[in-house]
Design a binder for this molecule. Sequence first.
Ligand code: IFM
Length: 483
Amino acid sequence: MTVTESGPLADSATPAPAFPPGFVWGAATAAYQIEGAAAEDGRTPSIWDTFSHTPGRTAAGDTGDVAVDHYHRFREDVRLMAELGLTSYRFSISWPRVQPTGRGPAVQRGLDFYRALTDELLAHGITPLATLYHWDLPQHLEDAGGWPARDTAYRFADYAALAAEALGDRIATWTTLNEPWCSAFLGYGSGVHAPGRTDPGDALRAAHHLNLGHGLAVGALRAALPGTAQLAVSLNLHQVRPLSQDPADLDAARRIDAVGNRVFTGPMLDGAYPADLLADTARLVDWDTLVRPGDLAEISRPIDLLGINYYTPTVVSSAAHADDRHRHDGHGASEHSPWPGADQVAFHLAPGELTAMGWPIDPTGLTDLLLAVHRAHPGLPMLVTENGAAFEDRVGPDGTVDDRDRIAYLHGHLAALARAVELGADVRGYYLWSLLDNFEWAYGYAKRFGAVHVDYRTLARTPKASAHWYAQVIRTGTLPVPN
Ligand code: IFM
């Protein structure tokens, strides 16, 4: 979403909270980041197992082999969620745990884990929200071409059907893909994510097949689930801000909005790829053969909720107005750009303090983003399916973690969400990223996003001050002011 048409809408003064009745208070995780048990009960490697085991791909060579051992400790983790008072928990299902080769029947032991997890959640009054794909493509399917290959979309829909048939009696809300932008453009463009390929044409092919996989999966889920099921997709929409109103900077913002956002929202929500995206990327991919008749109808099957993941805004200019191009896009260092068709765009840090990821803290971006989506797609309810921050947490001598910077971040962003609601955005819930410290992809275990601290030697869990603060928010429906 771009704010080229106006400046930021949000007022940074703390608004009175306005969380609608029945507002969902959640926390989110993803399978490869927390489960561990990488080779247990029939699970085979995903692209992230292969990538993380390749020297030089992740910080300190970290892998998700053990992660935080949620596979064996999920009951303790659900107890922690209940203590926080969460009303919902968003987790992802590991595709290679459920369907190890990406084809054929499901593995019962894999399904049993998710049955046991959801039963435990329901027993504690916590509503499960399942994400079908949070980046762990079975390596077997990558070997057959990965997301740039059209067949992967059909394999994804088959897997969605298996998961829905097995778990649809317990899970009412599903999101198909998490952040397909990262899968396509970091996985196949800049190569900082698995599978680490660097071809802009493949990145665009991957984006189309992720879109197609989403649409086919929505069809498969509707066929397998009760009519009351709620279906969504989670997009990391970039809140794009031009550095100035200079036409060249406005064009930079338009390009990033196209290949960062509208490449997904166009086909999914409007049934068409934006003409400017097709023009910007025409020399990289033959869209006429890539998009086959019927694809757009499939991709634009209606969904019930739009999941939005927001961390920081994206400030851009024409490269002519900057001297350190591509340094601040916040998506990891690579000599290959994750932005096909936007070679002449430079990225800038927004003003504000930085998190440990180097991401500027700017809650107004969340208000602006929610309002922009609301204006563009009125009638489509939204969920914030991820928001949170990594900081250099310090464990005190008494074992506690006084993460005031995270509390301030969450306070600011929840106030920003409330502001968007007051201004008319239909936001139904909020999922803090993340419940637990976990494997932060190429950064390994070096970046901690959890409200609950994990000691990576003992795997002991300790709620941080932010967890206690969030519990108070959930209990009272207000935003206690951080000290
Ligand atoms: O940890 C990730 C998550 O897997 C996807 N969204 C962003 C988070 C923080 O980088």
